[in-house]
Design a protein around this ligand. Structure first.
Ligand SMILES: [Zn+2]
Length: 229
């Protein structure tokens, strides 16, 4: 089983790449947020345990998250590997994952980082504007209105919600980036970090990820060399 960790800040395009990579590699994406919601919803023993912490307003301990993850990795469709999305988020979680995999004789084979500079992330995340009349969404770069500051559909004024203003985004982002940086350093130290330039188009990033995985033992279907005989 090959575990690939997909790393990237919010807005880096990781969420777009995860299913594309899964398709190419023929292995599933495991998003821990989804696992969690499913376990709580289905009332599994781990879900019930997690729920107790959540009801008490506490963070669910990393050990429970890792056990949930290991249960998922034991399913048949993960036999050839998984892409982890949304985990680990901290150095402690990365260490817990390493220990848990090591007990099974496995390891993280590659940690792919979709790398986008912080200021660019802030520009991407903070470009959202909505109209006063109906909340129609726009983005300065990706879907600008025909006339700056005016809704195409109803002519009302566009404004930015507090949450979408650059200062708010910058404050939130700096916390997330410092945790991400710890995880990056963890995988850099263990020699499996594979950074790719996230400042490219979607297909170029996908190609860069493919190239970064060469030699890690995880390669897209069709590119693996089969031993003769
Ligand atoms: Zn509007």
């Amino acid at each position: 089983m090959n575990a690939v960790v997909l790393l990237g800040a919010p807005g880096a395009g990781k969420g777009t790449q995860a299913p594309m990579l899964a398709d190419r590699l023929g292995i599933p994406v495991v998003a821990t947020g989804d696992l969690f919601r499913a376990a709580v919803r289905d009332g599994t023993p781990l879900g019930i345990e997690a729920r107790r912490y959540m009801d008490a307003g506490q963070l669910v301990p990393d050990q429970i998250v890792v056990r949930l993850l290991l249960d998922r990795l034991a399913r048949g469709d993960a036999a050839n590997g998984v892409i982890l999305d949304g985990f680990p988020r901290t150095r402690v979680q990365a260490q817990a994952l390493d220990e848990a995999l090591a007990e099974r004789g496995e390891r993280v084979a590659a940690a792919v980082l979709v790398d986008v500079p912080g200021e660019e992330l802030i520009r991407r995340m903070s470009g959202r504007w909505i109209c006063r009349a109906a909340g129609h969404p726009y983005h300065e770069r990706f879907s600008p209105p025909h006339v700056p500051g005016i809704c195409d559909l109803d002519g009302s004024e566009l404004y930015q919600r507090q949450d979408d203003k650059p200062d708010t985004i910058r404050a939130r982002m700096s916390q997330q980036l410092s945790a991400l940086q710890e995880v990056i350093e963890h995988y850099r130290a263990s020699g499996v970090l594979r950074p790719v330039n996230g400042l490219q188009g979607i297909t170029d990033v996908a190609d860069a990820i493919n190239a970064a995985l060469v030699g890690t033992g995880i390669e897209p279907a069709g590119t693996t060399e089969h031993a003769a005989g």
